[in-house]
Design a protein around this ligand. Structure first.
Ligand code: FAD
Length: 381
C-alpha cells in the first residue's frame, strides 16, 4: 500500500528525534506567543526538509515523494497546526512554484536559499473579496518597462508577516479573467508592501497575515513562468496541496487518537477506567476504522503522484474526507476528556481549534464537492 522503505524510516527517525527534542517541548510557548522563532527553520533545512523532492542542482535532495510524505506526517504530529502550516507552506506552496516553473534566476535567488532555510516564503492568492473564486481576484500588476507595478491586497496568508518573499497572484490582464493572472515573487522589503497579523480561532503559532500592495515595484524577471499563465499553475498544484492536507489531517488524527486513548486509560469514573465503557469504545473503534480507510486512500494517491499522475478529483476527495474526519475526530475525542477537554492544559483543546481549518483552507469542502461533482457527473455523460 505505502511506499516507505528503510531509507524513509531512517529519515523519519532523524526528523522525529529533532521534533521531539526541539519542537514539541516548545510549541506551547509558540502558540501562546502567537509566532514561531526564526531559528527553527535552519535545522529543519539541514535535515533536508525543504528540498526533499527538488533537484540537487538547486540544493535539493532529489528524493521520491514518500520522503515528502514522511515530512508532512511528522510535522503534523507536533500538536500545533500553526507550526505544521508554516513549515509545510514554505516548501509545498511557495517553493514548488519556483521549482516547477521558475527561471534559473529565480531558482538561484529564492529556491536555493529557500531550500537552505535562509529565505522563507509564502503563497498569496486569497483576497478579501476573492477566496474560493480565484479567477475574480482584483490585485493588479501593470507592466511598466522592466517592472510591474503591483496594487491590491491579500488576506489569510500563511507566513504572511515573517516570510522573506511571497509568491503573489495578480492580474496582468484584468479583462481576461482566469487567463489574465500571473505569479510574481515579491520581496518582503519592497517599498509599498505592508503586512498585518490576523487574530484567529486556531493555528495560533502561524503568522497568518493580511498584505497591502501600494505601487510595489516588482522586476519583470521575478515573474514565475509565462505571463497570464498563473491560474493554470495554481490549479495544477492544488492537487498536491490537497493531497498534502489530507495526509497531514490523518497524521494529526493519529496523534490525537493516541493521546485520547492514554487519557481514557488513566481517567476513572464509576470505579473503572473510562476506556471500559462500551459507548466510548465503539466511538474509538469507528474513528479508527475511518482513519485507516482514509490512510489507505491517501497512500494510493501518493503512489500515483510519485509515479507522475495528477489525480485532481481523487485529491479533492481525499482532502474533503480527511479534513472532515479530523474535524469530527476532534469533537469526539474532546468529548472523551469531559471538562478537561475544554481546558488549555490538554492539547486536545488546541487540536479541536486547529482541525476546524481543514475543511476551509486550501479550498473549502463545498468547493471540493463542486470539483468532484463536476468531474464525476460530467464525465459520466
Ligand atoms: C488560517 C488560514 C490560512 C490560510 N492560508 C492561506 C495561504 O497561505 N494562501 C492563500 O492564498 N490563502 C490562504 N487561506 C485562504 C483560504 O484558502 C480561503 O479562506 C478559502 O479558500 C476560502 O475562501 P474564503 O475565505 O474567501 O471563503 P468564500 O469563498 O467567501 O466562501 C464562503 C462560503 O461560501 C462557500 N462557497 C463559495 N463558493 C461556493 C460555491 N461555488 N458553491 C458552494 N459554496 C460556495 C464556501 O465553501 C464557504 O462556506 C488561508 C485561510 C485561513 C483561514
Amino acid at each position: 500500500m505505502h511506499g516507505f522503505d528503510e531509507q524513509h524510516t531512517l529519515f523519519r527517525q532523524a526528523l522525529r528525534d529533532h521534533l521531539d527534542r526541539h519542537v514539541i517541548p516548545q510549541v506551547d510557548e509558540w502558540e501562546e506567543r502567537g509566532e514561531l522563532p526564526r531559528d527553527l527553520w535552519k535545522p529543519l533545512a539541514e535535515l533536508g526538509c525543504f528540498g526533499l523532492t527538488f533537484p540537487g542542482e538547486w540544493g535539493g535532495m532529489a528524493l521520491d515523494f514518500w520522503h515528502q510524505i514522511v515530512f508532512i506526517e511528522e510535522v503534523s504530529r507536533c500538536w500545533s497546526g500553526g507550526f505544521a502550516a508554516a513549515v509545510i507552506a514554505h516548501p509545498v506552496l511557495a517553493l514548488t512554484h519556483l521549482a516547477e516553473s521558475g527561471s534559473d534566476y529565480l531558482k538561484e535567488a529564492y529556491l536555493r536559499p529557500g531550500i537552505a532555510g535562509e529565505k522563507i516564503g509564502g503563497l498569496a492568492i486569497t483576497e478579501p473579496h476573492a477566496g474560493s473564486d480565484v479567477a475574480s481576484l482584483r490585485t493588479t500588476a501593470v507592466r511598466q518597462g522592466d517592472h510591474y507595478l503591483l496594487n491590491g491586497s491579500k488576506t489569510f496568508i500563511t507566513n504572511g508577516v515573517h516570510s522573506d518573499f511571497l509568491v503573489v497572484a495578480a492580474k496582468t490582464d484584468p479583462e481576461a479573467g482566469a487567463g489574465g493572472i500571473s505569479l510574481l515573487v515579491v520581496e518582503r522589503e519592497s517599498p509599498g508592501l505592508s503586512a498585518t497579523k490576523l487574530r484567529k480561532l486556531g493555528w495560533h503559532a502561524s503568522d497568518t497575515g493580511e498584505l497591502a500592495f501600494d505601487d510595489v515595484k516588482v522586476p519583470v524577471k521575478n515573474r514565475i513562468g509565462e505571463e497570464n499563465a498563473g491560474f493554470y499553475y495554481i490549479m495544477q498544484r492544488f492537487a498536491l496541496e490537497r493531497l498534502v492536507m489530507a495526509v497531514s489531517a490523518v497524521a494529526a488524527c493519529d496523534q490525537a487518537l493516541a493521546y485520547t486513548l492514554q487519557y481514557m486509560g488513566e481517567r476513572e469514573a464509576f470505579g473503572r477506567p473510562i476506556r471500559k465503557f462500551q459507548v466510548l469504545r465503539h466511538r474509538i473503534a469507528q474513528l479508527s476504522a475511518e482513519l485507516e480507510r482514509l490512510r489507505a486512500f491517501n497512500y494510493q494517491l501518493c503512489r500515483a503522484y510519485d509515479e507522475g499522475h495528477y489525480q485532481v478529483t481523487e485529491c479533492a476527495m481525499a482532502k474533503l474526507l480527511a479534513t472532515e474526519l479530523s474535524d469530527k475526530l476532534a469533537t469526539e475525542c474532546l468529548q472523551c476528556f469531559g471538562g478537561y477537554g475544554y481546558m488549555e492544559e490538554y492539547r486536545i483543546a488546541r487540536f479541536f481549534r486547529d482541525s476546524r481549518l481543514g475543511p476551509i483552507g486550501g479550498g473549502t469542502s463545498e468547493i471540493m464537492r463542486e470539483i468532484i461533482g463536476k468531474n464525476v457527473i460530467e464525465h459520466s455523460k
